[in-house]
Design a protein around this ligand. Structure first.
Ligand code: ADP
Length: 320
């Protein structure tokens, strides 16, 4: 019977992580389980930064971006020696289980701990929506909202000056944020990892669009595909049209979580504590067709995300 659960947020932060922590602490109290907050992800677990979380600590955090527990990248956690120290820190307090909130890197850490005898449940929270086993990750919809609002603003000035604007959007290797934000903000052109092409080919397509459409337009591109400042100069030179590049960057990761993320966070948090209490471990929580589910972390790490990129791409082409 689980009596004490530790919770940590790990990897890239995402709006809604605080709402998850709140849901865990409140559910824990209702079920008579003590909840311990671990600072700064796996680094804090290794450094023994563990403290009991009172319900009063989470009263006012459902609407706050970021994670009040802090997060970190701690690649040394891949070493068994470091994980053994982390496990000792849990054992000193008789903490039987962990809930790990983060992306697939954090899932890998959770799986390793699970194999070493600590019951782990992971909850998908990253803006990138690149985790297997769930239709959506917590933070994704908030990031979409932020991106769309930013592109709306860029479009205003782009129109005033008759410029081409290139917007670089975070998402690691996943184009979901670029695709859906482009549709929602009416971008005239987009490039995601699946549609990457040489700058010469890109130019040919952009020129076609210039001929067909209005004078100004917005191009959305997923990060890590081009040097977009250089690309803007290239397009400006070849089209003789003023072109500006904007990198949205970390602005996408902050801000008040939107309602969808708060609800998703609360549902997943509640479910995670309940299944730990029921004796499950090594599971990751997901949402599929609006239902909260769990699958094996191991399976989620092995599989590739089946996404609906083709559908969104087709739709985006039809809507330009
Ligand atoms: P995210 O969870 O957002 O994908 P990372 O990929 O940076 O972010 O992973 C978060 C953390 O998870 C890493 O900094 C590290 O501490 C831990 N981690 C990642 N991969 C492993 C692994 N193979 N074994 C143990 N811990 C890992």
């Amino acid at each position: 019977m689980i009596k004490k659960i530790g919770v940590l947020t790990s990897g890239g932060d995402a709006p809604g992580m605080n709402a998850v922590i709140r849901g865990i602490v409140i559910t824990g109290k209702q079920l008579g389980i003590e909840i311990f907050g671990i600072k700064d992800g796996f680094l804090g677990l290794y450094k023994n930064k563990i403290k009991k979380l009172k319900v009063s600590k989470v009263f006012d955090i459902i609407n706050k971006g970021g994670t009040f527990l802090g997060s970190s990248r701690f690649p040394q956690f891949k070493k068994k020696k470091k994980r053994l120290i982390a496990i000792k820190n849990l054992q000193k307090r008789n903490i039987d289980a962990l809930i790990i909130i983060g992306g697939d890197g954090s899932y890998a850490g959770a799986q390793k701990l699970n194999e070493m005898g600590i019951s782990c449940i992971s909850i998908p929270s990253t803006i990138d929506n690149d985790v297997v086993g769930t239709d959506y990750t917590i933070g994704y919809y908030t990031a979409l909202e932020t991106i769309v609002q930013s592109i709306d603003k860029i479009r205003d000035t782009s129109a005033s000056h008759n410029r081409i604007s290139i917007v670089e959007i975070m998402g690691r290797n996943c184009g979901d944020l670029t695709l859906l934000s482009s549709i929602a903000s009416g971008c005239e052109f987009l490039v995601i990892p699946e549609t990457k092409k040489s700058k010469e080919k890109l130019l040919v397509e952009i020129k076609k669009r210039i001929k067909k459409r209005k004078k100004h337009f917005v191009i959305a591109i997923t990060e890590n595909l081009y040097d977009i400042k250089f690309l803007a100069k290239y397009i400006e030179k070849k089209t003789n049209r003023e072109t500006r590049a904007t990198i949205l960057g970390y602005i996408q990761r902050g801000g008040t979580p939107v309602v969808y993320d708060r609800i998703l966070a609360s549902r997943m948090a509640h479910y995670a504590v309940e299944i730990l209490k029921d004796g499950f471990s090594g599971k990751c929580i997901g949402i599929k067709k609006e239902k909260i589910i769990h699958t094996d972390i191991k399976k989620s790490l092995k599989n590739k995300k089946k996404n609906s990129t083709r559908y969104w791409l087709n739709l985006s082409k039809k809507l330009f």
